[in-house]
Design a protein around this ligand. Structure first.
Ligand SMILES: C[S@@+](CC[C@H](N)C(=O)[O-])C[C@H]1O[C@@H](n2cnc3c(N)ncnc32)[C@H](O)[C@@H]1O
Length: 255
């Protein structure tokens, strides 16, 4: 069963798209022929890759059937492949391996990133954006709530508390395989509307796969407890908005 809900993910589509476009804008390639979007999700970002390089063969890869169903409904000249990226490498070397908000779902980055670099042609680019906010209340309160209820045994082994390394670790991992590196971080300051928008945000990403493990009763109890904690950490402003700072790490490595 797929644990990703494309509709929930796209509730904050504009906010989630901006980092993808910021990464895309800094890719130093004129005319790549073979492009993969790793963890392409709903495919919206993949279609932007195709739009920037219409002559390229673009393939979107994702393990989630529900996300790919949404992607394949897009009218984009992209090939969609359902595949797990663990152990994956392109059959033909690529000119661009692009990944927005996906590689933090994979482990062992000291093995993963060099492997992806071997899948590139000389001059090819690995371009990656991952959240770097695992110490923020959004995420720490998920772990705290997971450990504080009857669901602990189910949820604790699935927590991904520190999946992204420090940028200096990525420097050490990537520099032996790259001729050029370009790293940066951005904290996006999202202004969200509606009721419990921060919980709705995490339900569309980091929290979704955890909630999918719970029965309906536990799911509601978990959400009630998490909502209460989140409402204290992200206080609604006088005009009804809620502010969500969200830090992200960007890595570009040229082979
Ligand atoms: C937060 S979404 C990002 C989707 C898309 N890149 C975007 O920017 O809209 C993360 C995606 O990574 C995919 N994913 C997570 N682990 C994966 C794996 N091991 N193999 C393939 N896809 C994976 C999920 O199915 C999900 O669609």
């Amino acid at each position: 069963m797929s644990t990703w809900n494309p509709t929930q993910y796209l509730r904050f589509g504009n906010e989630r798209l901006q980092p993808a476009l910021d990464l895309l804008a800094r890719i130093p390639l004129e005319d790549p022929s073979i492009i993969y979007d790793l963890g392409c999700g709903t495919g919206i970002v993949t279609s932007f890759l195709k739009e920037r390089w219409p002559g390229a063969t673009v393939t979107g890869i994702d393990s989630s059937e529900t996300m790919l169903e949404r992607a394949s409904a897009l009218d984009a000249e992209v090939t969609w492949q359902q595949q797990n990226l663990n152990g994956w490498n392109p059959k033909i070397p690529a000119d661009l391996l692009y990944s927005n908000a996906a590689l933090h779902w994979l482990d062992d980055h000291d093995e993963l990133f060099p492997r992806l670099m071997t899948g590139l042609n000389p001059g090819g680019v690995l371009a990656v954006q991952m959240p770097q906010n695992f110490s923020a209340p959004t995420h720490e309160l998920i772990a705290k709530t997971a450990r504080a209820g009857p669901w602990r045994e189910v949820l604790e082994p699935e927590l991904r508390e520190h999946p992204v390394l420090d940028f200096s670790a990525y420097y050490d991992i990537l520099s032996p395989h790259a001729t050029r590196l370009d790293f940066w971080e951005i904290t996006y300051l999202h202004v969200l509307q509606g009721d419990d928008p921060v919980v709705e945000w995490t339900k569309g990403s980091i929290l979704g796969p955890l909630l999918a493990l719970l029965n309906d009763g536990d799911k509601e109890a978990f959400l009630q407890s998490y909502r209460e904690a989140i409402s204290k950490a992200y206080v609604r402003r006088a005009d009804g908005s809620t502010l969500l700072p969200f830090r992200r790490l960007f890595l570009i490595a040229v082979k």
